[in-house]
Unconditional design. Sequence first.
Length: 254
Amino acid sequence: MDFQTLLYEAKNDFAVISLNRPKRKNAISLELTTELGQAIDLAVADKNLRFVIITGAGGMFSSGADFSDPVKAITMIRQEMDVASGNSVALKLIECPKPVIAAVNGYALGHGAELALMCDLIIAAEEAEFGFIGPIRGVTCPYAMIRLADELGRAKAKELVMTCERIPAREALRIGLVNQVVPLKDLMAAVEVMMDKIRKAAPLAVRFTKEAINRGLGGYEFSAAKFEEIITSKDAFEGAMAFLEKRSAKWSGE
């Protein structure tokens, strides 16, 4: 399959999917989300593969949703939350029968941080930085609203999403957001070591374990409803304009 916004490579028993929009710092566009869903489907259908790795090309994981076109950005997030459509990348990753490992090699911000959170395991380079920055743009982080509290506890989840604070990889490891932090040069080797450990387990047992642990992931309806409510607000428009005009937003609370 010929992808325009990502790179796909299958070798041995794993596929590497690399976000590849270097000029936009791998910002997640509607086109990228669509292709990412197709790439995940491709990996799931390949019986030779046991693992899926998601990373970023060009030294960056993802700077977040691409708000250079706010209408497309909103459409993309709507698609993500519409699990009934079968096109949600989040749902594809949750239901992927194979372990999905995020290899975070730079900034993972906003929807980029949420993409890492959608994966089963996160291995980060020492230079990596995480931030759930949706509210700074005047919107929510809908997937983080569903899952982050389960990962970190309610208090820490609220702190990260309300303050939009960016945290370095070591802090992300300390609070339990990531599984491992390694030097950048060792990132993919660390992913290989993790896969070697999982390879010792029966594939079906690993699959059922993932399914059982993920059974508690829900809340899409409420999160989607709140996103629909906020995207029509004055502050959502102000957040988009402030980002495009490279200025501080002036919030009205409406």
